[in-house]
Structures are given as structure tokens and as C-alpha cells.
Design a protein around this ligand. Structure first.
Ligand SMILES: [Zn+2]
Ligand SMILES: [Zn+2]
Length: 209
């Protein structure tokens, strides 16, 4: 005897899966109010996808659809052996993907940081039977649009507002206070080491992307 809203409340798990299905996982407590969805047009996000030879992940203007959530709400349930890590430079963020089918998974800072940016290509909306917009809500904003490679679609989300920065800061604090920066699928909880040794591109490798 659930109404529509009650059903939405009890189904907060989102299945995760690389393109070939070797790496699988689950994100828990996923809802529009439990994360931040945005589209990033920066050159580094585009370079990452070109490194993986997966241009299908980008929108026509070169944007990557990303949902920020805490690492403590992401579990890998199978196939962790294919997890790989890339840095575009010495100081760059850690970019995670699968070796098997070169699916972009997520971008992270170092261990303990309470936010990861999950890339849409790791979300299994087919198994979930709901659209991305239903699960995550629409993108709240776009960032780095100056690096877009084409005209933004007419329905592109707006540039970030102060309200979104405040919302992100408050989410980050809440997740950190709840210990959700720990138990990450990307870092060993005891040693803090990345679960796959990051490959760092040389400047010439980076320039070629
Ligand atoms: Zn795969
Ligand atoms: Zn980016």
C-alpha cells in the first residue's frame, strides 16, 4: 500500500556496472537531494575520456555528466581486479576507470575526502528501470563551459550559482561528519593507499590527448 512518493523513498539504491559488466557495484541512498549533479566541460575531463577512447561518454559539446556523492555510499560488489587509476599530471585528481572495457568510473581527491564525482557511464539505469533524471534529478549547473567543443544544447543547465556552492559545502560537511569519507571503494581503509597504483601521464602523453 505504498503511494508513489513512498515507493520513491524506499528505492534509493542505484546499480553500478561497467560497460561489459565485469565490475559491478551499488550506490546507496541516491536521490536528487543526496548529491549534486552537474555537467563539466573542462579539458581534463575530456582528455580522460579520450585516453580511454570512449568519446561516447561525452555530450555533443564535450561535457561529462557527473554526480557527486560520498565514497562511503559506494560499494564494489564484483570485479574489483579491473579497477585502474589515472592522473593526467603529478598533482591532478585521481581518475578511475576499468581495464576490461575502459569505462570511466569516477574522479576522486585523496583518501578521506568526503566527495567523489561519479561519471554517468558507471550507472546502470537499464537494470534500475528508472531514467537518470528520475534518480538523480536534472543537472544543477554546468562548469568550465569555456572549454566546450561545440554549442551547448538549448536545455543545458545554468552556470553555477552561489546557492550551489553553499549547498555543496553543506553536503560535504554533513558527509564528513557522518564518516562517509571513509570506507571508499578506491582507497584501502587502513593504509590509505589507492586500490590501484595511479598511472601518471608524462607531459607529452597529456599533450597528445
Ligand atoms: Zn568492463
Ligand atoms: Zn572536468
Amino acid at each position: 500500500m505504498f503511494g508513489a512518493i513512498d515507493v520513491a523513498r524506499v528505492r534509493l539504491d542505484l546499480p553500478l556496472r561497467c560497460q561489459c559488466g565485469h565490475l559491478r557495484g551499488i550506490a546507496t541512498d541516491v536521490s536528487p537531494s543526496n548529491g549534486l549533479r552537474f555537467v563539466c566541460y573542462c579539458k581534463d575531463c575530456q582528455a580522460f575520456v579520450h585516453f580511454l577512447e570512449r568519446p561516447d561518454v561525452l555530450d555533443p559539446a564535450g561535457g561529462t555528466d557527473i554526480f557527486q556523492l560520498p565514497p562511503g555510499r559506494v560499494k564494489v560488489t564484483a570485479g574489483a581486479d579491473v579497477l585502474r587509476c589515472l592522473r593526467l599530471s603529478d598533482s591532478g585528481v585521481l581518475r578511475w576507470y576499468t581495464e576490461c572495457c575502459r569505462t570511466p568510473i569516477a574522479n576522486t581527491a585523496g583518501p578521506g575526502f568526503p566527495i567523489i564525482g561519479m561519471i554517468h557511464s558507471f550507472m546502470d539505469h537499464d537494470a534500475d528501470c528508472r531514467s537518470r533524471a528520475e534518480v538523480l534529478g536534472p543537472p544543477l549547473c554546468r562548469i568550465h563551459e569555456r572549454s566546450a567543443v561545440g554549442r551547448l544544447p538549448p536545455d543545458a543547465p545554468p552556470p553555477p550559482s552561489l546557492r550551489i556552492f553553499v549547498r555543496r559545502a553543506s553536503k560535504m560537511l554533513g558527509w564528513w561528519l557522518h564518516g562517509l569519507g571513509r570506507q571508499s571503494p578506491f582507497f584501502d581503509d587502513r593504509t590509505n593507499a589507492p586500490r590501484s597504483v595511479p598511472r601518471v601521464l608524462t607531459p607529452s602523453e597529456r599533450a597528445a590527448l
